[in-house]
Design a protein around this ligand. Structure first.
Ligand code: ATP
Length: 200
């Protein structure tokens, strides 16, 4: 199955763009939501997290102890790398299992991931889209959506690759500012992907 990876900085609107693809009948795998889900379901991953970060990583009822994990990985690159090395392969497994459930009549699938490039996940996609928006627009959107300060959004942004770095690895671009229509851009890419998937 032809696979399209889609990413963008925080507040760029990648999830919003994915909703437009969904309207066109394209199934979307939301890697970040899935990651949270499998941290409580994938027994291999749970065992790995417990043995790396301690039994306190989970409460007795099986729920993830976010505060415990965050206190270890926050501002600690080496520990964050360890967590990612456990979570990313588990998300890849979940994506493969999800794809098995998709009808063969579907022309292509979309994988939405904030860390598409950082995780290496883009290498498993046939093509990629980078959603971009001006910094001020991204800040405004996330502050409004999550009720957080500009500083908190910027701190989250600092933990991701810059748009310039991502652009070097991306195949297609969607500009989600206040002047361009995302619907037209999605339709244009959709036509290209239908052709590419056919000849794949
Ligand atoms: P994150 O990485 O934080 O999950 P994201 O890139 O997935 O962010 P979205 O959640 O799609 O971004 O969008 C952020 C906010 O901006 C949402 O509240 C969304 O409704 C709004 N938004 C996105 N695109 C537009 C747009 N073109 N016009 C108006 N609002 C928009």
């Amino acid at each position: 199955m032809y696979k399209v990876g889609i990413t963008g900085g925080i507040g760029s609107g990648k999830t919003t763009v994915c909703k437009v693809f969904e309207v066109l009948g394209i199934p979307v795998f939301y890697a970040d939501t899935e990651a949270k889900d499998i941290m409580m379901k994938d027994s291999l991953l749970i065992d790995g997290i417990k043995s790396t970060f301690g039994a306190a990583s989970y409460f007795e009822d099986g729920k993830l102890n976010n505060k415990h994990i965050a206190s270890i990985v926050f501002n600690n690159e080496a520990e964050l790398t360890k967590l990612n090395a456990l979570v990313h392969p588990a998300v890849f497994r979940a994506f493969d299992a999800w794809e098995e459930t998709i009808s063969s009549n579907v022309p292509y699938t979309l994988k939405e991931a904030a860390l598409l490039f950082e995780s290496g996940s883009y290498k498993m996609c046939d093509t990629t889209i980078l959603v971009t928006a001006p910094l001020e627009t991204k800040l405004k959107r996330v502050m409004q959506r999550d009720g957080v300060s500009a500083e908190q959004v910027k701190a989250r942004m600092d933990r991701q690759l810059s748009d310039e770095e991502k652009a070097k690895l991306a195949s297609h671009f969607i500009t989600n500012d206040e002047e361009h229509s995302i619907i037209e851009q999605v339709l244009c890419l959709h036509r290209q992907f239908l052709l590419a998937a056919k000849s794949n």
